[in-house]
Design a protein around this ligand. Structure first.
Ligand SMILES: *[C@@H]1O[C@H](CO)[C@@H](O)[C@H](O)[C@H]1NC(C)=O
Ligand SMILES: [Zn+2]
Length: 293
């Protein structure tokens, strides 16, 4: 957050502006996004077929060692997997603590339901145990991971965290889109944020609008708005930058982030995480998993 905050101040100072774009006076989804969008994602998306290969114990990507240990996942409890989808020959390396609330099949399914170009902005998906659900994205110099803490079992949460990575690196220039003039001007022109959580920070609003934009890309409609059209400038800015390149289904992976280097896994509590910054923990209200029969 320090990194984000200082770069934000730099951007705003350069623009001769003040941090007045948020909070917006209204929110379009007072009950949060999950009750509105997750049923549609469940019905309207499907993961490509995937295969899972578990790594032998004792080796893991460095960033998995760091993040799992930081979450209190101690020696012997971490499991690493290659997940290979039919639309990309290079596997994603997933990491989870063996007591994580999400199974590797659930993780691979939630991740796989996103377009392959959107998946490509994520390096390692991870899951750990926690009561309830929060989640975060690693940014800063050693970035690209998303971490589910607890039973984060809806697509909107996966899209939100991936949205943080899209924000950080989707334009390929290392500058967060959510602190760019395109985003700030859109917020200034709009009268609402997506929901209360989006209304807390530029980048949280971007991540929530990634969920809205993904739904709009699939269904070509933005349902159940309290104030129809009140965030349309944000939607247009986000879709103008990323709809064709990242939110549209089809194709194959084109620019994958290399996996964090494999190291001998020594799982210690409170491990040093030099160079890593986090966006989050992101918290979501009214998480509403679609009914599965
Ligand atoms: C995981 O994928 C990498 C890269 O394709 C490969 O080198 C490695 O052998 C795979 N590991 C397992 C256990 O399948
Ligand atoms: Zn967030």
């Amino acid at each position: 957050m320090t990194y984000i905050a200082s770069s934000l101040i730099a951007v705003l100072a350069a623009a001769g502006s003040t941090y007045a774009q948020l909070p917006e006076p209204y929110v379009n989804y007072p009950n949060g996004l999950s009750p509105v969008f997750d049923q549609g994602f469940f019905a309207g998306t499907a993961s490509p077929t995937f295969s899972i290969q578990q790594w032998p114990s004792g080796t893991a990507p460095q960033s998995c060692v760091n993040e799992l240990a930081w979450n209190g996942c101690i020696s012997g409890r971490a499991v690493v997997y290659n997940v290979t989808y039919t639309d990309c020959p290079t596997p994603w390396v997933f990491c989870r603590c063996d007591n994580a609330d999400l199974s590797i099949n659930q993780m691979a399914d939630f991740f796989g339901r996103m377009p392959v170009h959107l998946r490509s902005v994520v390096r390692h998906p991870m899951a750990v145990h926690q009561d309830g659900c929060s989640a975060y994205a690693t940014t800063g110099s050693d970035d690209g991971d998303i971490v589910m803490q607890g039973n984060c079992n809806t697509e909107s949460i996966w899209l939100h965290e991936t949205g943080h990575q899209l924000d950080a690196r989707g334009l390929g220039n290392g500058v967060g889109f959510s602190t760019s003039p395109a985003w700030i001007n859109a917020l200034y022109a709009d009268s609402c944020a997506a929901d209360d959580y989006g209304n807390t920070a530029l980048w949280e609003e971007f991540a929530q609008m990634t969920v809205v934009a993904q739904s709009d890309t699939i269904y070509n409609v933005v349902p159940q708005q309290a104030i129809p059209g009140c965030f349309n400038n944000q939607l247009a800015a986000l879709e103008g930058a990323f709809k064709a390149s990242h939110l549209t289904y089809g194709g194959t992976c084109i620019s994958r982030i290399p996996s964090s280097p494999s190291v001998t896994a020594v799982w210690k509590r409170g491990i040093s995480r030099r160079g890593v910054q986090r966006v989050g923990p992101c918290k979501f209200k009214n998480i509403t998993p679609p009914h599965k029969h």
